[in-house]
Design a protein around this ligand. Structure first.
Ligand SMILES: C[S@@+](CC[C@H](N)C(=O)[O-])C[C@H]1O[C@@H](n2cnc3c(N)ncnc32)[C@H](O)[C@@H]1O
Length: 248
């Protein structure tokens, strides 16, 4: 799979693309990530990529010209070939205004040959980029980051671990959170007793059917506590998640 990233901060991608499973996937050529500096496509001595918003308001907005030039230029399309570009490449704008990224969306993206991820900065991006350059929008969650770079890395990381040959044990994909409609069951390793906090007895029993049952129930119980919405249940007033703070 090929992923092109468009950003004004290309150095942010250096270490994440070198380390861990993602680094391995890049070195093995399973995923080819090319990071492009939008500023190189901005005209003028100052290579200006932003300007004040029409209609007034706080902050600056990313100008359309450098983004159109960067994406078409780097991917080898003319400005009159935007339809073909969007047919052949999934050009994704990362934005908190975008459709929410989910594991099933990640799986759909992993089946595509070529993604282009556009990272915004400042107060956002001229809407014509979303309308005429991008084929879709994605948000990584209901919060606002200062830029799309970390959102793009989330997409790259989540998508590449689904590509064949990236994970050592692909069976783990079948069991992890979201794959069966719940979050994953709790995991334990040695020691069986740590400061008096004991691992559930059943996990030491060697009874695979009982372990399986316990995991299924524990996964459901945990999901009900922190993400009842995944089970189609109502989220209690006062916010998502368990009262005891289920998030790690
Ligand atoms: C400060 S944000 C702009 C937020 C914008 N003013 C709004 O209220 O929707 C700057 C950039 O960060 C990126 N960004 C911020 N939050 C994000 C999120 N939850 N998902 C994806 N990208 C995000 C986008 O690329 C965005 O253009």
């Amino acid at each position: 799979m090929r992923i092109d990233v468009f950003t004004i901060f290309p150095a942010i991608f250096d270490s994440p693309l070198r380390e861990g499973l993602l680094g391995k996937a890049v070195r093995k050529g399973i995923v080819e990530v090319r990071v492009h500096d939008i500023r190189e496509y901005a005209p003028g001595k100052h290579r200006q990529v932003d300007d004040a918003p029409f209609g007034g308001g706080a902050g600056m907005v990313m100008k359309p010209e450098p983004l159109f030039s960067a994406v078409t230029g780097a991917l080898g399309y003319g400005m009159d070939e935007l339809d073909r570009l969007r047919r052949e490449v999934s050009v994704i704008m990362l934005t908190p205004r975008g459709a929410r990224l989910t594991q099933s969306k990640v799986a759909a993206l992993a089946s595509l040959p070529h993604l282009a991820l556009v990272c915004g900065r400042y107060e956002g991006v001229d809407e014509r980029v979303l309308e005429h350059l991008c084929s879709e929008t994605l948000s990584i969650g209901d919060y606002v980051l200062s830029g799309g770079e970390f959102a793009a890395l989330v997409v790259i990381e989540a998508v590449s671990r689904l590509l064949p040959g990236v994970l050592g044990n692909e069976a783990s994909l079948r069991e992890e959170s979201f794959s069966g409609g719940t979050l994953e069951y709790p995991q334990y390793t040695r020691p069986a007793d740590f400061r008096g906090w004991k691992v559930p007895e059943v996990l030491l029993s060697g009874d695979h059917a009982a372990v399986e049952r316990w995991r299924r129930e524990a996964a459901r119980e945990w999901t009900r506590k922190v993400r009842p919405d995944l089970l189609g249940e109502e989220v209690e007033a006062g916010g998502e998640g368990g009262a005891e703070g289920g998030e790690e």
